[in-house]
Ligand binder design. Structure first.
Ligand code: NAP
Length: 256
């Protein structure tokens, strides 16, 4: 059985599925025959994605509006998922935002909003899923989308890097606490990948210099995360928990 076949029939929640990496993960899971729940704030984009996936033959795609910056919104979304009567098997905690500005010019509200979305949001979604799995006496797989910025730093994105370092440590902490319940918690640490978040990066001298420092000399594509996502989501990764794995064209081991 290949990794894709192992995901068939599993119920998979992808947060931040309205664009970029989340949309790619949703397409991947749907293509493997997973029962998909896609979540984000821009519901019209989710509806369009769901329509397209159903037309392509996806067995089941549900759309839920979810603002991960709001605990009430997350609770409502999980209540809607519960109402369908079927539990999740996999949670892809992907929703995230970034800000670009020097630390001394960053308004506190920008710091707060990055931490609220990228750290508190990941925490709240993970807890909602894990609480249900524990009560049901069954396990599940949580995959947090961190970043190589959580391992090393560059100027101008301190709140973002801080938030992703927190996600990496949160992944390990939750993996430790929840292993006894059969709940695996792992993280993917993408390098620079072409999405709305990195739009225009190759158009500036600064951006081109950054790409030149990636040992593979190019941005990644969202699809290049798919192999790891499937490994972590399925029984193929049954002894993996607390792993935070870079997928970055070698960027983290770039020469100093
Ligand atoms: N692209 C990269 O190079 C890269 C590298 C490393 C890590 N990442 C991480 O990968 C994840 C996806 O990023 P991306 O590149 O795909 O960026 P993107 O295209 O901007 O997508 C971000 C997604 O997050 C959702 N989102 C943002 N705030 C939200 C909120 N409060 N509640 C619910 N959903 C929210 C957005 O949906 P709505 O606006 O519709 O809510 C959107 O679907 C992020 O966690 C990012 O940090 C990206």
């Amino acid at each position: 059985m290949n990794l894709g076949e192992m995901l068939a029939g599993k119920r998979v929640l992808v947060t931040g599925a309205s664009s970029g990496l989340g949309e790619n993960f949703a397409r991947l899971a749907a293509g493997c025959g997973a029962k998909l729940v896609i979540a984000a704030r821009r519901k019209e984009r989710l509806d369009a994605l769901a329509d397209g996936l159903v037309r392509l033959g996806s067995p089941q795609v549900s759309v839920v509006a979810m603002d991960v910056a709001s605990e009430a919104s997350i609770e409502e979304a999980f209540a809607a998922i519960d109402a369908s009567g079927e539990m999740l098997d996999v949670v892809v905690n992907n929703a995230g935002i970034g800000t670009v500005s020097p630390a001394l010019a960053t308004p506190t509200r920008d710091f707060d909003s990055v931490m609220t979305t990228n750290v508190r949001g990941v925490w709240l979604v993970a807890v909602q899923a894990a609480r249900r799995w524990k009560e049901a006496g069954r396990g599940g797989s949580i995959i947090n989308i961190a970043s190589i910025q959580g391992e090393r730093v560059r100027p101008g994105i301190a709140p973002y890097s801080t938030s992703k370092a927190a996600v990496i440590h949160m992944t390990r902490s939750l993996a430790l606490e929840w292993a006894r319940y059969g709940i695996r918690v792992n993280a993917i640490e993408p390098g620079y990948i072409g999405t709305e978040m990195t739009e225009g990066i190759g158009d500036t001298e600064h951006g081109r210099a950054l790409i030149d420092r990636i040992p593979m000399r190019r941005l990644g594509t969202p699809e290049e995360l798919n192999g790891l996502l499937l490994l972590l989501a399925t029984e193929a990764g049954s002894w993996m928990t607390g792993a935070c794995v870079p997928v970055d064209g070698g960027h983290l081991c770039a020469s100093l």
